[in-house]
Design a protein around this ligand. Structure first.
Ligand SMILES: Cc1cc2nc3c(=O)[nH]c(=O)nc-3n(C[C@H](O)[C@H](O)[C@H](O)COP(=O)(O)O)c2cc1C
Length: 185
């Protein structure tokens, strides 16, 4: 599940109730750590995904705009975080709209060491569930700061909280419905 990662970070991943994933900042951002809620959400085991880029969850969905937003974040080290809905597929092929959050974990000298991410199925959710997830992710990120700090890692970027959960959930349900009604779906 991990390669020479600081053990407090591994414990933190194990204890978190929200889906979390972490990737190497170098190269093609291969996943180094995923937790049980990530596996429950996607249907993949750590062995299926660690060492691979998480874009595998997109299969052949075009996702033009969300991918451009994610790429912009990855290509701009000064941008602290990004949050976007993106069409993903579980291992069994079921589509869902993933509300993906990504931020950076940096070493003291400012180099990005890892990309940190959290996933949430916003297409099979209700606005109050999204608000709950936001609150949980906020406290999860808050807990990460001292744990990462012990390992000499600085957490960049606080959560971009959702101002209008109902609008995001409605938009995600429409994205999913459009996908279901696509000619070759
Ligand atoms: C730690 C981490 C977790 C990610 N999780 C997801 C995810 O759950 N779903 C997804 O579609 N993309 C995810 N991504 C984004 C893709 O891996 C990739 O960065 C994105 O598709 C943009 O790059 P590309 O245009 O080269 O594919 C994640 C990236 C990182 C670094």
């Amino acid at each position: 599940m991990s390669r020479a990662l600081p053990s407090p970070l591994i414990d933190y991943f194990r204890q978190s109730r929200v889906a979390l994933a972490m990737a190497d900042a170098e190269g093609d951002n291969h996943l180094v750590l995923v937790n049980a809620p990530f596996c429950a959400l996607t249907g993949y085991t750590p062995d299926d995904v660690v060492g691979r880029n998480c874009r595998m969850l997109q299969r052949d969905a075009p996702n033009i705009e969300p991918r451009a937003r994610l790429r912009e974040f990855l290509d701009r080290p000064t941008q602290p975080n990004v949050r976007t809905p993106i069409v993903n597929f579980r291992k069994d092929g079921t589509p869902f709209v993933n509300l993906l959050y990504m931020s950076r974990l940096k070493s003291i000298d400012g180099q990005t060491r890892y990309i940190f991410a959290s996933q949430f199925d916003v297409s099979r959710s209700q606005p109050d569930m999204l608000a709950d997830y936001d609150a949980q992710l906020t406290s999860t990120l808050g807990r990460l700061v001292p744990i990462a700090g012990e390992a000499g890692i600085v957490v960049e970027g606080t959560l971009l909280t959702i101002a209008n959960s109902a609008a995001i959930v409605a938009q995600a349900k429409m994205m999913l419905a459009d996908l279901d009604s696509a000619p070759d779906a």
